[in-house]
Write a protein that binds this ligand. Sequence first.
Ligand SMILES: Nc1ncnc2c1ncn2[C@@H]1O[C@H](COP(=O)(O)OP(=O)(O)OP(=O)(O)O)[C@@H](O)[C@H]1O
Ligand SMILES: [Mg+2]
Length: 233
Amino acid sequence: MIKLEDVTVAVAGEPILRDINLEFKPGLHLVIGRNGSGKSTLLKTIAGLVKPVKGRVLVYGRDIHSLTRREVVKLVGYTWQNPYAGFVEASVRDELEFTRRITGVELNKEIIELLVPKHLMDRNPFTLSGGEAKRVSLASILALDQPVWLLDEPFDFLDTSGVEAVIKLIFRGVEKGKVVIVASANMAYLHVFRDSRVVLLSRGVVTFEGDFKDLSLSILEEHGVPTKTLMCG
Ligand SMILES: Nc1ncnc2c1ncn2[C@@H]1O[C@H](COP(=O)(O)OP(=O)(O)OP(=O)(O)O)[C@@H](O)[C@H]1O
Ligand SMILES: [Mg+2]
């Protein structure tokens, strides 16, 4: 489980996350909020990529910012909002092998098969289409099958079959007992996750925390997430 204690993140003295106290237990959590509200920063902070100026992040009892990158990667799978941001290799095959090489952990082949079409294996990741890149990016990180998955806008760029594959993957992760956190500014697909917990961020502050079913349209609209038609179908 994940615990954030009094976490403040600032850039040039300006806070972008303020006094965050949150707990994430095994299961599915959505982090929602308008563009620029701090969702990616929150996920990157939990992944140890952004260091708070105050407070700490405990992941299964360990302060994430005291661990080496290798230890973090085995514990927490953070998938980038921008899929090209994480690519380091010259072929998709090598990109998928990269995390195994640096951690020594065997990859979950099912996850790779679910997301990555075989004909992409010899392509340069930087030349992939947006949806192809998102699939490879997700697979290259999540194939380590970490106990914690942090998915930053996992549906961006994907076609319908890609969205279905990612939804399936999220539910599989939850069934395996992982902590799965999905950050999204787009509510279009989120009604699928009606049994989740929700954190609503507004300008770096938590403005709602609770069950999805208790999230009212007025709360969403108040914080700039106008969703009536998208959420209710
Ligand atoms: N390194 C940085 N330097 C300056 N400002 C930053 C930096 N990182 C984030 N910010 C600002 O902090 C705020 C939160 O950014 P963040 O990426 O966490 O938002 P978000 O909720 O993920 O937005 P989106 O829905 O657009 O993905 C934004 O206003 C962003 O411009
Ligand atoms: Mg973001």
